[in-house]
Write a protein that binds this ligand. Structure first.
Ligand code: SF4
Ligand code: SF4
Length: 281
């Protein structure tokens, strides 16, 4: 299991143990300020994109030191983990409300509003996500535009995620001041800054999932449909065997490949059961 499961989940999946801390989510001003600041000042993403570009041309030892420092800081504030659809459904099962909002990564990188992100509220009184912004001082009023938050039912959210899965997007859960989860998103390596940082630039800001993919060789016909959707380059095709093959050292356990398989040949199993992947996060 990942660090967060040990530190915050008492050995279970940390993001499903939210009742441990939901009582003070909305009442903690520091967290509210962090969330409001995050959405108010999108220029921090421009800065992060520039930092990543600069980092890629830095000497190796500098890259290592800076990326480790960034990971340490992000783990305290805003860190993510890949998770499959069944865990997304579990999260939507216990949160109080779900609000769909434009992805700030896509707004920054593409200049377009795309509703791939979902804020979740765990407030004990059932307050919607938009209430996080209420009661903040005037400096925030020109910032987060809560009119762009669309409150939706849990059923609508699950249906939307099923559509995102068909688009090949990878589901992720995010902390806003760890370990408090505040959002569930749909990422890809081209437009999502966090996934790009982690997968392309090796600056880890999200964990792999607690799972890993495996192919049922009896069911696989070698059609290769799954390979098109994998964001992590974890699937190969064995010409000799005429089957898909999972590279367990590259698989993030998102489970998106399952939605592409017409023969139900792809499944997930716990990462801990696969020795070569058990300590890869
Ligand atoms: S092989 Fe692994 S990383 Fe690739 S889509 Fe399947 S579960 Fe995700
Ligand atoms: S989509 Fe399914 S049947 Fe086709 S190669 Fe992948 S695992 Fe095999």
């Amino acid at each position: 299991m990942c660090d967060f499961c040990i530190q915050h989940g008492q050995g279970k999946k940390w993001y499903l143990e939210a009742e441990n801390y939901s009582q003070d989510l909305l009442s903690d001003v520091r967290r509210r300020d962090f969330i409001a600041d995050f959405f108010s000042h999108r220029e921090h993403l421009d800065g992060a994109a520039r930092d990543l570009t600069r980092l890629s041309s830095a000497p190796r030892f500098v890259r290592r030191a800076l990326s480790a420092a960034r990971t340490r800081r992000m783990k305290k504030q805003h860190f993510g983990q890949v998770l499959p659809m069944e865990d997304v459904e579990q999260i939507f099962g216990f949160v109080n409300s779900v609000s769909r909002l434009p992805c700030i990564c896509r707004e920054t990188l593409l200049g377009r509003e795309v509703g791939y992100c979902y804020g979740v509220s765990l407030g004990p009184g059932g307050q919607p996500f938009g209430d996080i912004f209420d009661g903040l001082d005037d400096s925030f009023f020109s910032g987060p535009d809560t009119s762009r938050l669309q409150e939706i039912s849990k059923e609508e959210a699950i249906a939307a995620f099923a559509e995102h899965e068909k688009e090949g997007l990878c589901h992720t859960v995010w902390t806003f001041m760890t370990p408090f989860i505040g959002g569930v998103c749909n990422c890809d390596r081209s437009d999502c800054m966090a996934m790009k940082a982690t997968v392309v630039h090796d600056v880890k800001v999200m964990f792999r999932a607690e799972y890993i993919a495996e192919v049922n060789r009896d069911l696989c016909t070698g059609c290769r449909s799954c390979m098109r959707l994998c964001q992590f380059g974890a699937l190969a095709y064995s010409a000799a065997d005429q089957k898909a093959v999972v590279d367990h050292t590259a698989c993030y356990g998102c489970g998106i490949c399952r939605s592409a398989c017409p023969h139900d040949a792809m499944s997930l199993r716990p990462r801990a059961e696969v020795p070569v992947a058990a300590s890869l996060w």
